[in-house]
Structures are given as C-alpha cells and as structure tokens.
Write a protein that binds this ligand. Sequence first.
Ligand code: BGC
Length: 483
Amino acid sequence: MTRVPDGFLWGASTSAHQVEGNNTSSDIWRLEGSGIMTEYSGDADDSYHRYPEDMRLLADAGLNAYRFGIEWARIEPEKGRWSNAELAHYRRMIDTARNLGLEPVVTLHHFTSPHWFAEAGGWTGDDALERWRLYIERVSSILDGVSWVCTINEPNMVALMQMFLGGDISRDDLGQGLTLAHDGPLTPDVQLGARLVEAHRIAVEVLRERTSAKVGWTVAQQAFTPTPGNEEVFQKVNWAWEDQYLEASRGDDFVGVQSYTTQPVNAQGPVPHPPHPDNTITGWAYRPDALGIALRHAHEVAGVPLLVTENGIATGDDERRIAYTTEALRHLAAAVEDGIDVRGYLHWSALDNYEWGHWGPTFGLIAVDRETFERRPKPSLAWLGEVARTGAAHIPAGTASFAPEASAETAPDTLFSAGSLVGALLDDDRSRAVLDDAAPGIAAHPMIGMARGLSLETVAGMAADVLSAEALAELDERLRAIV
Ligand code: BGC
C-alpha cells in the first residue's frame, strides 16, 4: 500500500458563476444568450442560497474538502463600490464548510470578472492590475484560517478565451461551447498570459502578507503527447498552452492540476479529438490516463506540491463516471508511488452546472432539478465518498505497472486465485457480466474498482463485505469456463 500524505484532500469542486445563479454584475452574464453562449446561467443551481445543503451532501458522503469560488462581481459590483454583505456571505461559506468537516479550497477568480472591469479592457486595461490588487486586499480580510487559496483559475484558458469572447469566432468553430476551445486551432495569447502571470504574482504577494493560506493557481492541462517527428512543435505547444503558467508556479505553495483528456500534437499543433463513440458529451476523447500525464508534467515543470483541483467527465451515464474516475485515481496513485507530491483530489464537479453557455454537459456527482433545485445525489457521490473514507489513508499500490496486457502475461492457473489480476476480469466484458450476475454491482464497488491490479487475495481481504469465500470459489469455476 502506498500511503497518501496526511491530510490528503478528497473532495469536489465548483465555480461561483456555474452554480450560484444570478451573477448579474459579471461580464459573462452579459454575454450569455449570444454568440457561442446560447443558453443562460439564470438561477443556475441556486447554490448561492443552497450551499449549506450542497456542502452537507459532500460531507455526509465522506468527502473532506470542497473547492468553491468567490465572485469578484458580487464583492465589487461597480468600480470602487464594495459589498460587505457579500464578503460576509463568503465568510459564512468558509465557516459552514469548516463546521461540516470540509476543508475549503477557495478560488478568487474563475473566468468571470465584474462587467466594469471587462468594459475597461479586462486584464489588459490600464488600471487592471491595480483594481485586481484592491480586490485581493479586500477578499484577504475574510480568508482567516483558510489553508488553500487558488488565485486565478486556468489562466491559460483565460488567455485563450479572450480571443473568442470578442465575438469573432462562431459557435461552429467551437462545437459545444467554450469548453471545446480546448480543441480549437487557437492558441492562448502569450502577452495576455504574461499579464496574468503578473496578476498572479500580485495576488501571491498580498495573500502571503495577509493570510496564512497556501497559495497557487490552477492550470488547464491538455496532457499533450508528440506524434513522431513533431517533438519541436510539441515543445512549443506545451509552452504556449501550459508551461508559461506552470513555470510561473515555481515558488508557489502548490499548483492546481486540471485534467480531463489528452491530445496528440502533430506538425499543425494539437489534433482535434476525432469523432468516436467513446467521446464524452463535450466531445473530448475518453482518456482517464490523462491525469497521470498531467501530474507528471506539472511536477516536472513546476516542481511544487500538486493538488488535483479538477478532474472529471461530462456524461449522462454515472457508471461511466465511476469507471473514468477509478482509472484516473489509479494513475494518480502511480504518480504518488513514483514520489510525486500530490496533496489531494477534487473532482469536477460537485453539481451538474452551467457549462459556460450550455446546460447539456453534466459533470456532477449530484444532479439538480433546475425548476425546484432539488438535489439528487448520483451513485458516484457515495462511491467517491467511500473511496475517501476507506482510501484516504491508503491508495492501491501496484498501479504504476497496471496495464491490461500485464494480466495476460501473468496467466494465473486459477483465475480467481491469489496472484491473479482482478483488473483482467473487470476489463473483460464476458467475465464482468458473470461477476455482475453473481454479485450485482460488484464491478462498481469502490474497493473492487480501486483494486484492479491487486491480487485477488488482497481484494478479497478488502472487500469481504462483497464476496464470500464460497462466492469466490463459484465465480472462479464459472470464469474458467469462459476464458
Ligand atoms: C473549468 C470549468 C469547466 C470544466 C469543464 C475547466 O476548464 O475550470 O469551469 O466547467 O473545465 O469544461
């Protein structure tokens, strides 16, 4: 067993604009309903009022952390007009999380800015950095006791989005919405990136002076891989998309790793995800192994402790969410085994939410009825909570070498004997069907799910509540008959 660091965070993430509702003073609110943002955020999930319920669901499931955003546009709805009531609101959120046993991970900027800030030129406006500093100073006053603060979410996506928020690029160019910018032929604006680095440094300086929080920012990672002969383009793409931002993290307390999929880079740059039945609702390739690539790359370039601040999948099939996350966690475990300092895993997202112009892509562990705001936890919430409760101290070893082919080499005499790889059984459709028939839901059971790559003996020990010794023997018989 590999021991994860003490205080490992297991949680879920949201951003203010995507869940709160009625963020009427923000720039994005004013862009909704036009261009590529065809749908409105409206009341969103009404999490502005219902955050205690949301937090309680996470805590009751067994999670110990919640990442949420503070909305600058509420704190300073008009230039220089500050709202103490809104600051108090966010302080109550911090206290509520704490009281429920959730470590608050607070994001100070997640794509949205106040409308007046955008109208004055956004990040490149004349007094942008001064206004940003004033906001950070104000917000520092409510961060007492907060241990984790993310300054700017995905500055690399901010540097990319700037180009199409101007309206030059049509929805057809992007497909499903802003998120498909990850696929676009565009590239983040390097100058704007440099501005954001300056903004980040200002925030780090103020926060270090005024709070005791660990400070970092979060970077969208595409887990790029080079195609043969294109190493040079790959290096350039990596720099423009990620390394400019990861390098700026050196000296920070951590960097937030945000990973969903991976993309090859050819001579033209990132290769768009080809259509494939496995693609997720956002059109991205189903590649849970991306998290491992992203963690290793962030470690190599930034060299600071890592916190997974987003990882997840847009799907209507919750079993697929569990399968994706299981696999992603296995790659996280492998990175930990290799000595990479990972401090936590925060799943995107706690709730189905407003995906920047669209409600279609559902990333949540909890569904929300958009009329009544009723919360409906999906099985994946209980699953992740159980992983947190039972796996918070340990995550499975042996994962570094996990690969479906490895099981074939092992060729155990008895399929379900000690030494056989459970992963081989779960990855084979027929044997999985037999397993599920014999013990319904077994493949989705957290201990089994986390345990591919472990010997059955270990799994049986861990999952004694799922399978009896007799059931194992019987399964062994049946499986030998079909494999
Ligand atoms: C953003 C989230 C977004 C998620 C899924 C990240 O780029 O931080 O706001 O919902 O990816 O697209």
